[in-house]
Design a binder for this molecule. Structure first.
Ligand code: ADP
Ligand code: MG
Length: 367
């Protein structure tokens, strides 16, 4: 069953500095029951606004939202179901726990609002505390707990009513990297126990890749691509998604007689497949870990610079006059200045449209 459906959802805001902006633009999406679905995109691209519309905290400018087959927001028909009747659990980026309540009372709060009887409140709260590894801390106040534990309280409170849908808006962003990884795992485990449908919002691509069944990448209110993490990483639809999902090299390439050369230097061909329909100028996209650096095969160049990282070694090499980054697990194979050859194991072609939306993106991030 489709658990979450958005149809042509648009949200416009009037801002003092930018005038009217379209925070979410004609957004359509269907999420299956039990799916963990991530929204990934840079700050200001409309992730939180979309989530707030699903939750019922934000009015729609256009479009409709359905949860579990029921219309909860339909602009045309004036349908609006308030957040508390949407059957959702939510966790936001800031540790939204009440400092004047102990752990038990924080977690039990949504059940008290529902006027549940005392013994059921105790039973369900204990289950949520157990599932989030907070048992034993019932009478402790949040100020005596770590950031990770505080975020667990928020998580326990979100799941205590056993909602069908869990909305998580950058819940791990304020945690240190180690804790973030273990919390990812815990969220996955919780999902298995409760079979939640999850929307997980993040600007961190590794988080989205680790957690999601499917994900989407957004940019300035628009959905750019929807796919599984693996497909998205291997076949990004455009340059923006390629860059967003990991490290990228983009080589400006000239195509002549079906062969590819680095722009500005036709002295040596780049060994790669060229599509028949390729434009005279293209971008060849290749990730640093998808270049095989070796002594004999491929494009001949030399090591400009070498940086030894913890697990890998990073080389800087030139193709024509363009610098590329290569990352390989082999240590000390090449020295700075030494000749080497490059094979592009997995590369993709993009049209070089020359459009750069970074300035517009940056404006949105400031607000
Ligand atoms: P994200 O969560 O992806 O960082 P948001 O959904 O918070 O992005 O914001 C998307 C855009 O909408 C941004 O340009 C932001 O400044 C704008 N925006 C969000 N909320 C409001 C609001 N209440 N009033 C005016 N503009 C808003
Ligand atoms: Mg946000």
């Amino acid at each position: 069953m489709k658990q979450i459906v958005l149809k042509n959802v648009t949200k416009k805001f009037t801002t003092k500095t930018l005038g009217s902006i379209t925070a979410v633009n004609n957004f359509s999406l269907e999420i299956e029951e039990g799916e963990c679905f991530s929204f990934l995109g840079p700050s200001g691209c409309g992730k939180t606004t979309t989530l707030r519309m699903v939750a019922g905290f934000e009015d729609l400018t256009e479009g409709e939202i359905h949860l579990g087959g029921k219309a909860v927001s339909v602009k045309d028909k004036n349908i609006y179901v308030p957040p508390e009747e949407r059957g959702l659990g939510m966790v936001f980026q800031a540790f939204a726990v009440w400092p004047h309540m102990n752990v038990f009372d924080n977690v039990a709060f949504p059940l008290k609002v529902q006027k549940m009887n005392k013994s059921d409140i105790k039973r369900l709260t204990q289950i949520a505390l157990k599932h989030t590894n907070l048992n034993g801390l019932e009478s402790v106040y949040p100020s005596d707990l770590s950031g990770g534990e505080q975020q667990r309280i928020a998580l326990a409170r979100a799941i205590v009513t056993s909602p069908k849908v869990l909305l998580l808006d950058e819940p791990l962003s304020n945690l240190d990297p180690k804790l973030r990884e273990s919390m990812r795992f815990e969220i996955k485990e919780l999902q298995k126990k409760y079979n939640f449908t999850i929307i997980f919002v993040t600007h961190d691509q590794s988080e989205a890749m680790a957690l999601s069944d499917r994900m989407l990448v957004m940019d300035m209110g628009n959905i750019i691509q929807i796919d599984t993490p693996r497909n998205m990483y291997n076949k990004p639809i455009n340059k923006f998604v390629h860059k967003f999902l990991g490290q990228s090299n983009f080589i400006r390439v000239v195509i002549k007689d079906g062969k590819a050369y680095p722009k500005g230097d036709l002295s040596q061909e780049i060994p790669c497949d060229v599509d028949e329909g390729a434009k005279p100028e293209m971008l060849l996209a290749v990730r640093p870990n998808a270049i095989n650096i070796n002594h004999t095969r491929g494009y001949r160049t030399k090591i400009e610079k070498r940086i030894i990282l913890t697990d890998n070694v990073e080389y800087f090499v030139k193709v024509g006059d363009q610098m590329l980054e290569v990352e390989t697990p082999h240590r000390n194979e090449f020295k700075e200045g030494e000749p080497c050859c490059l094979e592009f194991i997995h590369s993709l072609w993009y049209e070089d449209d020359g459009i750069d939306l970074d300035a517009e993106r940056n404006k949105r991030q400031i607000i």
